[in-house]
Ligand binder design. Structure first.
Ligand code: XBP
Ligand code: MG
Length: 259
């Protein structure tokens, strides 16, 4: 069986359910400046189709606040640093938890000698705070083989840029890796880079188009909380270990027979 040499972890919605904290940070920022904007969950679900908080905010102004005075890019430059500050306060306050099975799987993958990297469109300080706070006991910051964040890629997901940067830094071929994602944008980005992708969907990405993923799960689960395989081969798995990652990676390499 062709083993994946590296796991390429997405961050938001994959390692941790972060998007509610991002949404709260955006809303508090809007409140502080008195714009009277508020992103409810339905609005945010739509806006999440735009990767990158800056790009998301600018898209919102240009499409939903056309009469707002001022240059959208200028407004975003003024607001996004404060949003990031608030988001990091929420992270440090422990308001964001890792998703089911992530801590265990990162630990098992490290013990199995797998290279582990991070490929995200979020802001670099957000990654560092989350990883040091929630995974720092298992993987020291310097142990991640590569950290590709929102500042690295010219074009954000679903463009392949971030994953291509990761492959270049790791000096690995796409088929030597397995990407782990939560969203349509993320799955498309990994696939566009030729990387097999496993999806753990979440409340914001249920119903996304995960065409080309090796499998779609509700979570990685554990001995006490089993996972559900929603698409793809389930290997009779109750919760995901490195062995199952290897099997899904293998299926990702054999061209599917289905038309
Ligand atoms: C998800 C994103 C990020 C966050 C907001 O990133 O699109 O933009 O929603 O964070 P991932 P910023 O690739 O990890 O799923 O405001 O820092 O962009
Ligand atoms: Mg994500």
């Amino acid at each position: 069986m062709t083993q994946p040499k590296a796991l390429l972890w997405d961050v938001d919605g994959t390692l941790a359910d972060t998007e509610e904290a991002h949404r709260a940070a955006f809303n508090q920022t809007f409140e502080e400046v008195g714009f009277g904007w508020h992103w409810d969950q339905e609005t945010y679900r739509e806006l999440l189709r735009v990767a990158g908080g800056r790009e998301r905010m600018e898209h919102y102004i240009r499409t939903c606040q056309k009469d707002h005075v001022g240059d959208p890019a200028e407004i975003v430059r003024g607001l996004h640093p404060r949003k990031t500050e608030i988001y990091n306060e929420l992270l440090r306050a422990g308001k964001v938890a890792l998703r089911s099975g992530v801590l265990r799987l990162v630990q098992e993958a490290k013990a199995a000698g797998l290279i582990q990297a991070v490929v995200t469109t979020t802001t670099s300080v957000n990654v560092r705070t989350l990883l040091e706070q929630e995974l720092g006991e298992i993987v020291k910051w310097g142990e991640w083989a590569a950290i590709v964040d929102g500042g690295d890629a010219q074009n954000k997901k679903p463009a392949p840029d971030a994953y291509l940067i990761a492959l270049n830094r790791l000096k690995l071929a796409p088929t030597e890796c397995l990407a782990i994602e939560d969203s349509e944008n993320g799955a498309k980005s990994a696939r566009a880079a030729g990387i097999p992708v496993l999806v753990t969907q979440n409340d914001y990405t249920v119903g996304d188009d995960f065409t080309g993923a090796v499998a779609v799960l509700d979570c990685f689960g554990g001995p006490k909380r089993h996972c559900r395989v929603l698409e793809g081969p389930d290997f009779g798995v109750k919760y995901v270990r490195v062995e199952e990652l290897r099997q899904w990676h293998e299926t990702g390499l054999t061209p599917s027979t289905s038309p």
